[in-house]
Design a protein around this ligand. Structure first.
Ligand SMILES: [Zn+2]
Length: 334
């Protein structure tokens, strides 16, 4: 898989432009912002890390998590998501253009990998909740593998919720925190590429946990700060783009966050495939990125070694694409 397959440059450039405009329009300078504790471990020990589009990011001195802080109010973010040209562009133009490529290259392998994890744990999945289900492609692929499974889509966008309904899924048209009547319903709660956007990750994760049955799994995929492309590109990383992406936990931060939410048997892996391609693409556009990096430049110039290096990153929890899974204990919430 290549970055260009799932994130064509022309579409991505437009998306980032609109996001920068939304940042100016919805979050004017002078608006009140508050320093917040680490979204991973809760520590107050943090220092400034970088700035982008007028948003500052802090780095936790304890677990290394990178997070947007001082943070505007939750009301400002809610207004942004209600009326945001960049979000509309994502769901109306960008995603539909790459949906079928992503189905094949991302969603199907995702189902295979997640199913294998559950099966290895001896956990049959008779009911699954997808939080932030989008166009319902993940559930569509899950249902192909498990036709009898109860599939529930939690999706706040009216347009996307309608897409999920059209595919025949049970749909809850709400943000996860407002879902009622689904406590303990799922053998597996899955949430892909949402946590990086969430205002209060701990509350959000507790909500996901409440949807799982006692003994059931909570699964999250998201971006992590320990990843090669983010560490290498830092403020030049396109993955770090406010106001959309505001949380980049470290591996230690994920472990602490899941433990704080009361989850057990937490496991973090980074099965990413694109870190090396992302850095190569960025360096092709801006060669100064690898200035003085003689070893890395040589390594990345060779296709075979670059591919082997990507496998090394994934195997050593050094990719920025992270998978975190935990189990709801029997006595959770008591
Ligand atoms: Zn921390």
């Amino acid at each position: 898989m290549r970055e260009e397959d799932i994130r064509p440059e022309a579409l991505a450039r437009r998306y980032y432009e609109l996001s920068a405009q939304d940042a100016d329009r919805c979050f004017p300078a002078g608006q009140e912002r508050l320093a917040i504790p680490c979204v991973g471990c809760g520590s107050e020990d943090a220092g400034p890390a970088l700035e982008k589009n007028g948003f500052a990011y802090s780095r936790c001195g304890d677990c290394g998590t990178l997070y947007q802080s001082p943070r505007p109010s939750i009301g400002a973010f809610e207004a942004f998501y209600r009326d945001s040209e960049s979000s509309n562009y994502w769901s109306d133009v960008f995603f539909p253009a790459v949906a079928e490529v992503r189905r094949e290259k991302i969603f199907r392998p995702r189902v295979e990998r997640l199913a294998a994890i559950c099966e290895a744990q001896g956990q049959p999945v008779e009911s699954i909740v997808d939080v932030g289900a989008g166009f319902g492609i993940f559930l569509d692929e899950w249902r192909k593998r498990y036709p009898a499974a109860r599939c529930i889509a939690v999706e706040p966008s009216a347009h996307l919720a309608a897409e999920c309904r059209a595919k025949g899924f049970e749909v809850v048209e709400e943000i996860a925190e407002n879902v009622v009547g689904y406590d303990g319903v799922a053998d597996l709660v899955a949430c892909f590429e949402v946590l990086e956007h969430v205002y209060q990750p701990l509350d959000f994760l507790r909500t996901l946990t409440s949807l799982a049955r006692p003994g059931g799994f909570v699964f999250v995929s998201t971006l992590g700060v320990d990843g090669f492309d983010i560490q290498t590109l830092w403020e030049k990383s396109n993955a770090i783009f406010p106001p959309h992406h505001i949380n980049f936990l470290s591996v230690a931060g994920f472990e602490r966050l899941f433990a704080r939410a009361g989850l057990a048997d937490v496991a973090v892996t980074t099965p990413g495939q694109l870190d090396v391609d992302i850095v190569r693409n960025a360096a092709a556009k801006d060669p100064t990125i690898l200035d003085g990096q003689r070893f890395l430049s040589e390594l990345l110039a060779d296709d075979g070694r670059a591919a082997a290096f990507q496998r090394f990153l994934a195997d050593n929890r050094l990719s920025s694409h992270c998978w975190v899974i935990g189990r709801r204990p029997e006595n959770w919430g008591n």
